[in-house]
Ligand binder design. Structure first.
Ligand code: KIV
Ligand code: ZN
Length: 512
C-alpha cells in the first residue's frame, strides 16, 4: 500500500456551506490559489448544479489554478453530472465527484429508493462520468450508518463502473474512531477489486471526532482525506486540514505516511480564510489558535527555556507562525510593499499595487506599526472586493450622552448616482445603518454584528463582520478601518451589495 495520503480540500464546497462562510467568486479563486500553493492535491470547487453562481465560480476556479486537480460535486443524476463536467473541464486535471446516499434511513426517507435502485443509479452515474474523464470519485453518503454488506456491494459496483476514488463519508458525525477504522478495513478486504481505487474518508465533527475518525481510517488503509481549512463546514464542521496534516507530520513513527502539504503555509492559509469569511480563529484552536503556542505557567516557561521540546511537540515556525514582526513603516517604499505582498501570497498588477501602496501610506499616517494582517486586510479590501452597486463616499457621525439621538450623515453612490442622507439611530452604528437602508431601499434584519481588532494595540484596525437577512436571502459583509464606525459602515454597505446581488440571482433562478 502506498505511503502517500492525498489531501482533498473541500473548503470551497462543504466549508462554504457553513453559516456565514459564503465567499464571492474572486475570493474563491484567491483561496483556491492559496490551496494550490499550500500543496493540497485536489480542491473541491463547488456543486455546479446548485446554482448559476456555483457553476460560474467552479468554472473560474478551474481556469484560475494550474496543475492541481479540481473536483465538481454532483448527485447521481444525468443533468448534474454533465453540469459538473462542464464546470470543471477547463481545469488541467478535472475530477467528477458523484454521490448517492446508502443508509437505509436516507434511502427510505430522503431518496425514496430501494437498495436495487441505488445500485443501478450508482452504476449509471459512474459510467456516465467516466465518458467525460477517467478521474471519477464516488461517495456513499451516510456510509457510516449504512449496512456494511450493502455498502460493499455499492462500492464494488462503483469501482466496476470505473470510479478510481471511493469516498466513505461519516456524513452526520456519528462514527467512533475504532469502528470507522474497522469499516475501512472491512471494505478494503471485502470489496472485489478494492485495490483498483483509492479509498477516501470525509468526516463531520458533530461529536468532535472528525480528525480522530479520519486518522483511524488512514491507519486502516484510507489514502485520501477530505478536509477543510480550520475545519469549517456544515453544522459542527468537517475534518480540519491542518490538524490531519500536523498529526501525520508530528508522528511519522506512528503513521509512516507523507502528504504534499507545505506545513509552513498552514497558518497563512487559515488566516486568509478567516479574513475572507470574517470569522476570527478561536484562541484555543489547535495549530492555528493564538494560544496554541503560548506558555503561561512558570513551570512550562522554565522548561521551555531549558529545552523547547519539554512542552512543544512542533515549532510555531513549522506551521508558518512567524510572529507579528513589524512589516512596513511610514518610509517603506513600493518595492518593500511588493515583496511583502508577494510573501503573503498575492500577485498584483502594477496598478493594483499602486492602490494598495496609497492605502498603506494613508494607514501609516494614523497607525504606528503596520503588520502583515494590516497589509492583507488592505489587499482584500481594495483589490478583491466585488464591483459594487453601492459605494460609501463620506460619513459624518455625531454621538454623545445628551438628549439628542446619535446622527449619521452619509454620502454614497447608488448605481453611479451620488446621494446623501442623514438619519438618527439608537447608537451611532444604528444611525449609520439606518442611513444606508434609506439610500439603498433595502431593509434587512441584522443577524450578526462582530468587531475584532486585526492586530494588538489601541490603534489597531477594527475588522467588522455583519450578517443580514431579507426575504430569506442572507449576506455577509466585511469592512476594516482604524475607525470602528467607518469599518461598520463599510461592512454594512458590503453586505448590502452582496444582498442585492444574491436577490438578483434568486430572481433570475425563479424565472428560468
Ligand atoms: O458529508 C457528506 O456526506 C458529503 C458528501 C457529499 C461527500 O459532503
Ligand atoms: Zn460533508
Amino acid at each position: 500500500m502506498s505511503d502517500i495520503v492525498y489531501i482533498f480540500d473541500t473548503t470551497l464546497r462543504d466549508g462554504e456551506q457553513s453559516p456565514g462562510a459564503t465567499m464571492n467568486q474572486q475570493e474563491k479563486v484567491r483561496l483556491a490559489r492559496q490551496l494550490e500553493s499550500l500543496g493540497v492535491d485536489i480542491i473541491e470547487a463547488g456543486f455546479p448544479a446548485a446554482s448559476q453562481g456555483d457553476f460560474e465560480a467552479v468554472q473560474a476556479i478551474a481556469a484560475g489554478v494550474n496543475d492541481i486537480q479540481v473536483a465538481g460535486l454532483c448527485r447521481t443524476m444525468p443533468g448534474d453530472i454533465d453540469r459538473a463536467w462542464n464546470a470543471v473541464k477547463d481545469a488541467k486535471n478535472p475530477r467528477i465527484h458523484t454521490f448517492i446516499a446508502t443508509s437505509d434511513i436516507h434511502m427510505e426517507f430522503k431518496l425514496r429508493k430501494s437498495r436495487e435502485q441505488v445500485l443501478e443509479m450508482t452504476e449509471a452515474a459512474v459510467k456516465q462520468a467516466v465518458k467525460h474523464t477517467s478521474n471519477v470519485e464516488f461517495s456513499a453518503e451516510d456510509a457510516s450508518r449504512s449496512d456494511w454488506e450493502f455498502l460493499a456491494r455499492v462500492v464494488a459496483t462503483a469501482i466496476k463502473a470505473g470510479a478510481t476514488t471511493i469516498n466513505i463519508p461519516d456524513t452526520v458525525g456519528y462514527a467512533q474512531p475504532q469502528e470507522f477504522g474497522e469499516l475501512i478495513a472491512y471494505l478494503l478486504e471485502n470489496v472485489s477489486d478494492s485495490h483498483k481505487a483509492i479509498f477516501s474518508v470525509h468526516c463531520h465533527n458533530d461529536l468532535g471526532l472528525a480528525v480522530a475518525n479520519t486518522l483511524a481510517a488512514i491507519k486502516a488503509g484510507a489514502r485520501q482525506a477530505e478536509v477543510t481549512l480550520s475545519g469549517i463546514g456544515e453544522r459542527a464542521g468537517n475534518t480540519s486540514l491542518e490538524q490531519v496534516v500536523m498529526n501525520l507530520a508530528s508522528r511519522p513513527d506512528f503513521y509512516g505516511l507523507n502528504c504534499g502539504v507545505d506545513t509552513e503555509r498552514l497558518f497563512p492559509s487559515c488566516r486568509l480564510l478567516s479574513t475572507i469569511i470574517g470569522q476570527p480563529i478561536p484562541p484555543y484552536q489547535p495549530i492555528i489558535g493564538n494560544n496554541a503556542f503560548a506558555h503561561e505557567s512558570g513551570i512550562h516557561q522554565d522548561g521551555m527555556l531549558k529545552n523547547r521540546l519539554t512542552y512543544e511537540i512542533m515549532t510555531p515556525a513549522s506551521v508558518g507562525r512567524k510572529g507579528t514582526d513589524i512589516v512596513i513603516g511610514k518610509h517603506s517604499g513600493r518595492h518593500a510593499l511588493k515583496g511583502k505582498v508577494e510573501e503573503l501570497g498575492y500577485k498584483l498588477a502594477d496598478e493594483q499595487l499602486a492602490v494598495v501602496f496609497e492605502a498603506v501610506k494613508a494607514l501609516a499616517d494614523k497607525k504606528e506599526h503596520i503588520f502583515d494582517e494590516d497589509v492583507e486586510a488592505l489587499v482584500l479590501e481594495k483589490i478583491f472586493r466585488m464591483s459594487d452597486q453601492y459605494v460609501l463616499k463620506d460619513l459624518i457621525v455625531t454621538t454623545g450622552t445628551g438628549s439628542i439621538p446619535p446622527n449619521a450623515a452619509i454620502c454614497m453612490t447608488v448605481n453611479g448616482e451620488e446621494k446623501k442622507v442623514s438619519s438618527f439611530g439608537a447608537g451611532p452604528i444604528d444611525a449609520v445603518f439606518n442611513a444606508v437602508d434609506e439610500l439603498t431601499g433595502l431593509e434587512p434584519t441584522l443577524e450578526r454584528f462582530q468587531i475584532n481588532a486585526i492586530t494588538g494595540g489601541s490603534d489597531a484596525q477594527g475588522a467588522v463582520t455583519v450578517r443580514v437577512e431579507e426575504s430569506g436571502v442572507k449576506a455577509v459583509g466585511r469592512g476594516a478601518h482604524e475607525d470602528v464606525i467607518t469599518a461598520s459602515a463599510m461592512a454594512y454597505v458590503n453586505a448590502m451589495n452582496r444582498l442585492a446581488k444574491m436577490k438578483e440571482e434568486v430572481r433570475e433562478c425563479a424565472t428560468l
